[in-house]
Design a protein around this ligand. Structure first.
Ligand code: SAH
Length: 238
């Protein structure tokens, strides 16, 4: 009898453990499909970006009850009325930065920390700022637990940038802005890139790549997008 119950609990243990492994394998497959169907098919080519998108477990960045939707072709809520961007948009914005591996990158709008994790595979250091305290805290904990040692999270208004660690090679803004906050331009290296959803006309956001060229800025419009607006100091100018 004892042997039987021992056997039973052992097989129960195996089934539970097995289920978890199967689930992880399912997510790996879903990630492959996501990269092929949503990202490569729409024209993202940078091999390193595609590799990072294949690697980072996006399901760990969304609320538990939404994990099975993590690899679908749309943004998802992450609490505090904020969202994690659609996978394709994350890949596109990352590709636009043209990272090679040695860069210091600043992100405004940490949210879940997913975009920061993708960047962390592609550059030297990621500095990321989030204005909502609870999101900043949970992203920091999540990234630490996952073992990222080159991502630095700060709770604050990204409008001011992070002067202590400037200059940056690239800046990514993941909330919509009516202009590039001047401190961010100052903290960008010459030749550096800023990728942002630019809302020049209220209600119309265009993903834009700004390139700093001395005192001038090159502006390249990419595509229409939909992001939550930047909050804080930038609203004073509205
Ligand atoms: N990059 C995130 C998604 C960003 S959603 C991810 O990968 O999950 C946009 C985020 O920008 C929200 O979390 C919002 O709180 C934050 N945000 C808005 N205004 C901000 C500001 N002034 N400074 C820093 N973060 C800001």
């Amino acid at each position: 009898m004892k042997v039987l119950s021992l056997l039973l609990s052992f097989s129960l243990f195996l089934t539970c453990g097995g289920k978890k492994v199967k689930k992880e394998n399912d997510y790996t497959k879903l990630r492959e499909i996501m990269v092929k169907e949503q990202i490569e098919r729409r024209g993202v080519k940078d091999k390193r970006v595609l590799e990072a998108m294949r690697k980072v477990p996006r399901h760990l960045f969304v609320p538990e009850d939404l994990r099975d939707e993590a690899y679908n072709d749309y943004p998802l809520p992450i609490g505090e009325e904020q969202t994690i961007s659609q996978p394709y948009i994350v890949a596109l914005m990352t590709e636009l930065l043209g990272l090679k591996g040695k860069e210091k990158v600043l992100e405004i709008g940490t949210g879940s920390g997913y975009q920061a994790a993708i960047l962390a595979h592609l550059c030297k250091e990621v500095y990321t700022i989030e204005i909502i305290e609870s999101l900043a805290r949970s992203a920091q904990e999540r990234l630490k637990k996952m073992g990222y040692e080159n991502i630095f999270v700060r709770w604050g208004d990204g409008f001011e940038g992070w002067p202590e660690y400037a200059p940056f090679d690239a800046i990514i803004i993941t909330c919509a802005v009516p202009e590039v906050p001047p401190p961010l331009l100052e903290q960008l290296k010459d030749g550096g890139k800023i990728c942002a959803p630019y809302e020049r006309t209220p209600g119309v956001q265009i993903l834009t790549l700004f390139i700093k060229k001395g005192a001038k800025i090159d502006t390249n419009y990419i595509d229409y997008v939909r992001f939550v607006p930047m909050r804080g100091k930038i609203e004073e100018g509205r």
